[in-house]
Design a protein. Structure first.
Length: 340
C-alpha cells in the first residue's frame, strides 16, 4: 500500500501533486486540465476543471495498478466534496477515525472536514474507477448572487455556512442510479473550447442538485422502494441502458421479464422509482428524444426517422411528438432548417 501525502491550496494542486507521485502528464485546454497516465502506477486519466464561485470538478477515469491512499491535508484548501461512484469502489475516513467507510458503485457521499483535519481516500488495486467529485470552496460560493443556502435543509445549511471549517460532516447516500446518467453525460460531451466547458458546468450543477435532493430525501426518512432490492434496481438500470443504446429494438414487458428474471411488477416499480415512468412510457420517451436528436443531426426525412427508432406508425409518432414537445415533427424540422 502506497500513501500519497498532499497539502493542496487548490484542486489544481491536488492534480499536480498526484501527478508528481504517479509520473503522468498534464495538458491544459481552455481551462480543462487532464492528467493522463499509462505506466506501472496506473492507466487512465484524471480531469480537473475550475468554474466560477469556488466550484470545480475532479473526475477520475482510471485503474490503479497499486493500492493507493490519498492523504489530503485540509488546512489550506478544505472544500465540501460531493462524490459519486459511477464504477468500482473506494473508501474514506477522517484522520480522527480508525474505520474506513466503503463507497459502492452508484453510491454518493458528501464530506467536509475541519480546517486542521485530514481526509484519507483509499483506492483499490486493479479496479476500474469512475469517480465524479464536485468540490465547493464555501467562502467563494456564498458570494454568488444566486446562491441561497437558506433554502437547504438544516444539516446542509450548516455545512455550507461553516466557512471557518469548524466542523466535520459526512453523509453516505443510498444507491442513486438516476445520477449515473448525468455523470455519464459529461463523458459524452464532444464539443470543444468554451462550449464544452459551459456544457460541463451546466451538468455539474445538475449533479450537485441531485446530491442535495438525495440528502434531503434521506433526511426526511424516504427510503428505496421495499418491493425492489438494490440488486434488482441495478438490473433495471442495465435494462434502461440497453433501451437508450438500442431504442429501435422491439421490447415487450413479457420478454424483458423473462430475459432478466424480474417479475413485471418489479420492472414497473423499478422504472417508476428511477425514472417516474412505466416501462412503456420510458421507451417512448427515449425514442422521442432520439427522434429529435436525429432531426437536428441528420438529413433523414420524418418517415425514415420514425422507422429507424422503432415506431411503426408515422401518424402516431406525430401525435405523441407534438404532445411532448408542443410542436409537430414537420414544424420542428423547418425550424432547424431556418436556424441552419
Amino acid at each position: 500500500m502506497i500513501e500519497i501525502i498532499i497539502n493542496p491550496t487548490s484542486t489544481r494542486d491536488i492534480l499536480t501533486e498526484i501527478n508528481e507521485h504517479l509520473d503522468g502528464q498534464i495538458e491544459e485546454h481552455w481551462g480543462e486540465y487532464t492528467m493522463t497516465i499509462d505506466n506501472a502506477n496506473a492507466k487512465g486519466k484524471i480531469i480537473y476543471i475550475p468554474f466560477d464561485w469556488g466550484v470545480n470538478l475532479l473526475d477520475f477515469d482510471i485503474k490503479f495498478h497499486k493500492e493507493f491512499i490519498l492523504k489530503i491535508d485540509g488546512e489550506a484548501f478544505n472544500p465540501i466534496r460531493f462524490m459519486y461512484n459511477l464504477q468500482g469502489y473506494f473508501s474514506h475516513r477522517f484522520g480522527v477515525q480508525n474505520t474506513e467507510y466503503k463507497t459502492e458503485q452508484f453510491q454518493s457521499i458528501i464530506i467536509a472536514n475541519k480546517s486542521e483535519g485530514v481526509n484519507y481516500i483509499h483506492f483499490p488495486k486493479n479496479e476500474k474507477l469512475q469517480i465524479n467529485t464536485i468540490q465547493i470552496a464555501r467562502k467563494e460560493f456564498l458570494k454568488k448572487r444566486t446562491t441561497n443556502v437558506s433554502s437547504l435543509n438544516k444539516k446542509l445549511y450548516e455545512v455550507f455556512v461553516d466557512t471557518d471549517h469548524d466542523n466535520r460532516f459526512s453523509h453516505f447516500g443510498e444507491l442513486n442510479l438516476r445520477m449515473s446518467d448525468d455523470v455519464k453525460s459529461i463523458h459524452k460531451i464532444k464539443s470543444n473550447g468554451m462550449l464544452r466547458i459551459l456544457k460541463i458546468e451546466a451538468k455539474v450543477y445538475e449533479i450537485l442538485s441531485l446530491h442535495i435532493q438525495q440528502h434531503d430525501r434521506q433526511t426526511k426518512g424516504k427510503k428505496l422502494p421495499t418491493t425492489v432490492s438494490k440488486k434488482e434496481l441495478k438490473t433495471i438500470k442495465r435494462i434502461s441502458d440497453l433501451i437508450q443504446k438500442e431504442p429501435a429494438k422491439q421490447y415487450s414487458l413479457d420478454q424483458l421479464s423473462i430475459d432478466y428474471g424480474l417479475s413485471q411488477a418489479k420492472l414497473q416499480d423499478g422504472f417508476k422509482f428511477l425514472y417516474k415512468r412505466t416501462v412503456t412510457e420510458f421507451i417512448r420517451h427515449i425514442r422521442l428524444e432520439q427522434s429529435r436528436n436525429l432531426m437536428k443531426t441528420t438529413d433523414l426525412n420524418i418517415s425514415q426517422i420514425v422507422y429507424s427508432i422503432g415506431f411503426t406508425s408515422r401518424s402516431y409518432f406525430s401525435k405523441i411528438f407534438k404532445e411532448k414537445f408542443g410542436i409537430s415533427p414537420n414544424e420542428f424540422k423547418k425550424q432547424i432548417a431556418v436556424k441552419v
